[in-house]
Design a protein around this ligand. Structure first.
Ligand code: PEP
Ligand code: MG
Length: 887
């Protein structure tokens, strides 16, 4: 039997082998095979990593032998052998999982150097400084990654040599200086770990490979996967690549570049580089890198090559690429390419541009944009009027857009802890490293003093969709005293600042935000138009007044799926509504009717009229009054206290006492299961008849003016067909009466909400009366699960989700197996009775992408959600179609 293959040379792999070779390995292989300049190398598979972690951290059988063999072949190719101190082959060891996890795993460069080989390297290159710098890097990275020694201790020693030599930057340190530092590093390793830095190149390789494997289970990698939903059992591959050096003179360098701007999506190479440097110098923030465009002047040939490769990679992958490169004595080498992380705005622009460039289809463009990204684009920005008033505190790089307000904390652990306690947090760091990721996840925004557009903070923040201002050199952070200073202003831990990641501005205090403009985002509109051409589900909106309806329509809503009329009784109108309730309670029918007809009806009619006008030509579902009436009255506790206080003061207030008596009388232990929904209309018909009259008067008036009205009257909380039989004919009669009075006929429907499990179970019967169904999945979930929608999140529900007792919060995403099953049954049985039954959803789930996919699957006509989520729903409904085709 052939032994299992654990190692693949770059010639043996390709881009489709990401599962096995990881993203980096697969792309290095792909670039090799399309003829791009990649240093030779090989990949140890993710399967090897999984086997190693499963088998008590032992290499699987045959893996090491295959690695040694691949290394020998690599040596033959390069004309020098690994472990041969008189002419050593040097390699880098880099991790690479299937999904790129920025900065999560570790890299070790210059493997193969030791006390003897460093001298050969110096002689070979004629550059002693380079050789010792390379060696100290190896010892430093090895110490940090493999021996787990605090990186700051190494940095301190570099600081010490700078002081000794009276210089301020790394490149100024002398060859002797680096030699000394290397010695110190080795001593540090021995002191801290009790072990020597291994002189044997093969031992270095073995330990490095193990360290990469183990880092898959490191805290920061696990945190990142938890936050981004990447599975924990994929494992990481290890890439072993022949070294090319960016630090062998001023015709050499290292850099990172995106084929398009990852912040805006603009088609222009975007990135940074440093001459005479290795890759980590660019991202570490120790030296400030130059804008990639300067390369055109400094090394024109390499620049030209980079432009050509960038273009070729984009056409090959049909996606924006994030590349790492090294220039060694003028020659460009590609060290990595991957689909670049980008902001939501860039995602949308790039997708649209690539369709125009003929690289991808509109359908592919739609499938690339994710629903949560639309959410980001519709996130608030700071109010520029307020900005003018407070003035800018500091300005840095606009690394990741969005507006964030929060309290300043200077380390990731505290930031995480405070965020858990409910505070809005801004993480402020000199620069971030992978060790800070948990703090970044917890923070509303990130501010760094150093680091560029491709620094760790910038890349990770863009990925997470968090506002980030990076490289804000205006601020001087003092980590010991937990404060930073800007031009005399001191900001201490716990002070509030506001960050504008789109412009790089930092403000003192909390600035107000404004909603972004949908109209000013033509590319987003283009994506959504394409999505509209793909989706089958309609998208309607929940809107309670003309203004919301207008907004919903501008976002693309095709109807109103829920107008909660109780929201029309809030504010100043509550008092009038209370009058009606009190009259009804005392049995004063005439007064009850008078308040309804004279005080409330005109107001309702005006609201409905505005909504019909805003929704000209589109359906409008208006729900009759739903909540328990006590919601419109003062609380029982407050009233008892007020009346008691008055009594104690020897005073009395007859009105208050009557109110108290009424409220007491109406008190229910389970109001959500009490006198609400259609039960209200059945017990107090004038409430419903007034509303239906207002709806039809408004609709007829609007229709007479030429507005195309489509009212649909929705009866809430039905549980039994007899409820509809009781109330619906009465209401239909009112409708006919109004149309006769107004002398105009309009089309209308009567239907019901399905939000009680019994209604779903008897949907076939209910459809005899109801011309449409709308799933009220908030109540349906509450009643199916027996979990209070108003209390559960404060008590046990989130703990349930955290413990995995429930896979997710059922009030956010439909529980398909339970609630969903009821829905599916109701759709089928309802349509069996009435084939043209219109069915939609108006609970919160109507704006949740996973729930929308489910609604598509079970054949609803539409989903209805809040106006702000309409664009998300349009996209999610298209994704549902695209994913269905894929299956
Ligand atoms: C529902 O229950 O899902 C619903 C839309 O009604 P409300 O949230 O108003 O109870
Ligand atoms: Mg409800």
């Amino acid at each position: 039997m052939m032994a299992k293959k654990w190692v693949y040379t770059f010639e043996e792999g390709n881009a489709s082998m990401r599962d096995l070779l990881g993203g980096k390995g697969a792309n290095l292989a792909e670039m090799t095979n399309i003829g791009l300049p990649v240093p030779p190398g090989f990949t140890i598979t993710t399967e090897a990593c999984i086997a190693y972690l499963k088998q008590d951290e032992k290499f699987p059988e045959g893996m090491w032998e295959q690695t040694v063999e691949a290394m020998k072949q690599l040596g033959d190719k390069m004309g020098r052998q690994f472990g041969n101190n008189s002419d050593p082959l040097l390699v880098s060891v880099r991790s690479g999982a299937k999904f790129s996890m920025p900065g999560m795993m570790d890299t070790i460069l210059n493997l193969g150097l030791n006390d003897e080989a460093v001298r050969t390297l110096a002689a070979r290159s004629g550059d002693e400084r380079f050789a010792w710098d390379a060696y100290r890097r190896l010892v430093q990275m090895f110490g940090k990654v493999v021996m787990d020694i605090d990186g700051a201790l190494f940095e301190e020693l570099i600081g010490r040599i700078k002081e000794e030599e009276g210089v301020s930057t790394d490149p100024e340190i002398s060859p002797q200086g680096w030699r000394k530092v290397t010695q110190w590093f080795k001593e540090l390793i021995e002191e801290e770990s009790g072990q020597e830095f291994p002189q044997d190149a093969w031992k270095q390789l073995e330990l490095a490979v193990e360290a990469v494997f183990k880092s898959w289970n490191g805290k920061r990698a696990v945190d990142y996967r938890n936050a981004t939903g990447i599975s924990h059992d994929l494992g990481t591959a290890v890439n072993v690549v022949a070294m090319v050096f960016g630090n062998v003179g001023w015709d050499s360098g290292s850099g990172v570049a995106f084929t398009r701007n990852p912040s805006t999506g603009e088609k222009d190479l975007y990135g940074e580089y440093l001459l005479n440097a290795q890759g980590e110098d660019v991202v570490s923030g120790a030296r400030t890198p130059a804008d990639i465009h300067h390369l055109a002047d400094e090394l024109p040939e390499a620049w030209q090559a980079l432009l050509e490769i960038s273009d070729r990679l984009e056409r090959h992958y049909r996606n924006m690429q994030d590349m790492e490169f090294t220039i060694e004595n003028g020659k460009l080498w590609m060290l990595q390419t991957r689909n670049g992380k980008r902001t939501a705005a860039a995602e949308v622009k790039i997708a649209v541009d690539m369709v125009k460039e003929g690289l991808i289809s509109p359908e592919e463009a739609v499938s690339r944009v994710e629903a949560f990204q639309i959410d980001q684009l519709l996130h608030p920005r700071f109010d520029e009027e307020a900005v003018k008033k407070v003035g800018v505190l500091a300005k840095g790089l606009n690394a990741s857009p969005g507006a964030a307000v929060g309290k300043v904390y200077f380390d990731a652990d505290t930031a995480e802890e405070k965020a858990k306690a409910g505070e809005a947090v801004i993480l402020v760091r000199p620069e971030t490293t992978p060790d800070d990721v948990h703090g970044m996840l917890a923070a509303k925004g990130i501010l760094t003093q150093h680091g560029g557009a491709t620094s760790h903070a910038a890349v990770v923040a863009r990925q997470l969709g968090k506002p980030c201002v990076a490289g804000c050199e205006d601020i001087k952070i003092n980590l010991k005293e937990l404060k930073f200073e800007v031009n005399g202003t001191v900001v201490s831990e716990g002070d509030v600042i506001s960050l504008d990641g789109a412009t790089g501005r930092v403000f003192l205090g909390a600035l107000p935000t404004v909603a972004p403009s949908f109209d000013e985002q033509p590319e987003l509109q283009q994506i959504l138009e394409w999505a509209d051409g793909i989706r089958r589900l309609q998208v309607w909106a929940n809107a309670d007044d003309p203004e919301q309806a207008t907004r919903a329509r501008s976002y693309g809503a095709q109807g109103i799926g829920l107008c909660r009329t109780e929201h029309m009784f809030l504010g100043e109108r509550t008092e009038k509504f209370q009058q009606a309730i009190l009259a009804a309670q005392r049995g004063d029918k005439a007064e009850f009717q008078r308040v309804l007809d004279e005080e409330l009806l005109p107001l309702q009619r005006e609201d409905f009229y505005g909504i019909f006008k805003a929704m000209d030509g589109l359906p409008v579902i208006i729900r009759l009054l739903d909540p328990p009436l006590h919601e419109f009255l003062p609380s029982l506790e407050e009233l008892i206290e007020e009346v008691a206080t008055l009594k104690a003061q020897g005073r009395s207030d007859a009105a208050k006492e009557e109110l108290l008596a009424t409220v007491r009388d109406m008190h229910e232990f389970n109001p959500m299961l009490g006198l609400r929904g259609c039960r209200l209309g059945i017990m107090l018909p004038p409430l419903n008849t007034m509303q239906v009259r207002a709806i039809f008067e408004a609709a007829c008036d609007a229709a007479k003016e030429g507005v195309d009205v489509h009212p649909e009257i929705m009866i809430p909380l039905t549980g039994h067909i007899n409820e509809l039989k009781e109330i619906q004919p009465l209401l239909e009669e009112v409708a006919r009466q109004v149309m006769t009075e107004k002398g105009i006929e309009i089309k209308y429907k009567f239907g019901t909400m399905i939000e009680i499990p019994r209604a779903a179970l008897t949907a076939g019967e209910i459809a005899e009366m109801a011309e449409f169904f709308s799933f009220g999945t908030n109540d349906l979930t509450q009643m199916t699960y027996g979990i209070s929608r108003d209390d559960a999140e404060r008590k046990f529900l989130l703990a349930y989700v955290e413990k995995g007792i429930l896979p997710r919060n059922p009030f956010q995403t439909i529980d398909q197996t339970g609630v969903g099953r009821l829905m599916e049954m109701a759709v089928q049985e309802g349509r069996a009775t009435r084939p043209d039954l219109e069915v939609g959803i108006c609970g919160e789930h109507g704006g949740d992408p996973a729930s929308i996919a489910f609604c598509h699957k079970i054949g609803l006509n539409y989903v209805s959600c809040s106006p702000f989520r309409v664009p998300i729903a349009r996209l999610a409904a298209a994704h549902a179609v695209i994913n269905e085709k894929k299956q």
